[in-house]
Design a protein around this ligand. Structure first.
Ligand SMILES: Nc1ncnc2c1ncn2[C@@H]1O[C@H](COP(=O)(O)OP(=O)(O)OP(=O)(O)O)[C@@H](O)[C@H]1O
Length: 247
């Protein structure tokens, strides 16, 4: 079943076309890597899926319905620098804020909300940090908080924007294993990353993006170097091609 359907989506920003005719479906059980160079439109696509950006044309369906900010079961992990870390709030309340759309305005979290938040913190191994102010955390701990905040919503699909940037190897492995496991648990994962080695190894499917989707297939099926060259605008001698030959 498709959790996410992006149909014929085009987006303009600042009067310029950024995305054109995007067609992308993500099914339950898939771990999809969204790959492309800087400025390709990866974040714009995630924000369009979240309905935070208005499309010029096309539509986004989540579980068969038009995506609505805060309403759809979309767990979003933004790039770490986009979050207001100096806001005086504890880890557990930050994680709980991921459920705000479900809890509703002016309501206090109930037992089920605290259970979901606690499970989310346990999955990324930050339960011991729950009372700490988020501003005191390291970069890797902050990344885990953002993942727990997205998981607290109990999403059907997780949207991850560069989740591995600046992380040490053990934290990368922990999160990468978790994302893979989530895709095996009736969820779907869509992740942007510049880590091609990791994406080639871990993702079940890769969508190559540069303004539009240039190729969309399993890593094993993306043997045609031309699609990679077109996506990244590089030649045969690029280090990127060496990674592909080894992989
Ligand atoms: N608010 C905005 N107004 C105008 N143009 C924008 C805006 N936000 C992004 N853009 C432009 O849209 C294009 C796509 O940006 P986006 O951040 O989606 O790329 P990206 O693939 O996520 O890049 P990176 O890998 O560097 O994070 C870029 O050319 C960027 O300058």
């Amino acid at each position: 079943m498709s959790v996410l359907e992006v149909e014929n989506l085009s987006v303009d920003l600042g009067g310029r076309p950024v995305l054109r005719d995007i067609e992308l479906r993500v099914d339950v059980g898939e771990f999809v890597g969204l790959i492309g160079p800087n400025g390709a439109g990866k974040t714009t696509l995630l924000r369009s899926i979240l309905a935070l950006i208005r499309a010029a044309s096309g539509q986004v369906l989540v579980e068969g319905r038009t995506a609505k900010p805060g309403r759809s079961r979309l767990g979003y992990v933004p790039q770490r620098h986009e979050f207001a870390w100096d806001f005086p709030i504890s880890v557990e309340n930050t994680v709980m804020s991921g459920r705000a759309g479900r809890i509703g305005l002016f309501r206090r979290p109930g037992v089920a909300d605290w259970r979901a938040a606690t499970e989310a913190m346990e999955r990324v191994q930050i339960a011991d940090l729950r009372t700490r102010p988020v501003g005191e955390l390291s970069g890797g701990q902050r990344q885990r908080v953002l993942v727990a905040r997205a998981l607290a919503l109990q999403p059907s699909i997780l949207l991850l924007d560069e989740p591995f940037t600046g992380l040490d190897m053990p934290t990368q492995e922990l999160l990468n294993d978790l994302f893979y496991q989530l895709s095996c648990e009736d969820k779907a994962v869509l992740m942007t990353t510049h880590d091609l080695v990791l994406a080639l190894e871990s993702c079940t499917r890769l969508a190559l993006l540069n303004g539009t989707i240039i190729a969309d297939a399993s890593p094993g099926e993306l043997e045609d170097h031309d699609v990679w060259k077109r996506t990244f605008g590089v030649g045969e001698n690029s280090p990127l091609m060496k990674i592909l030959k080894v992989a």
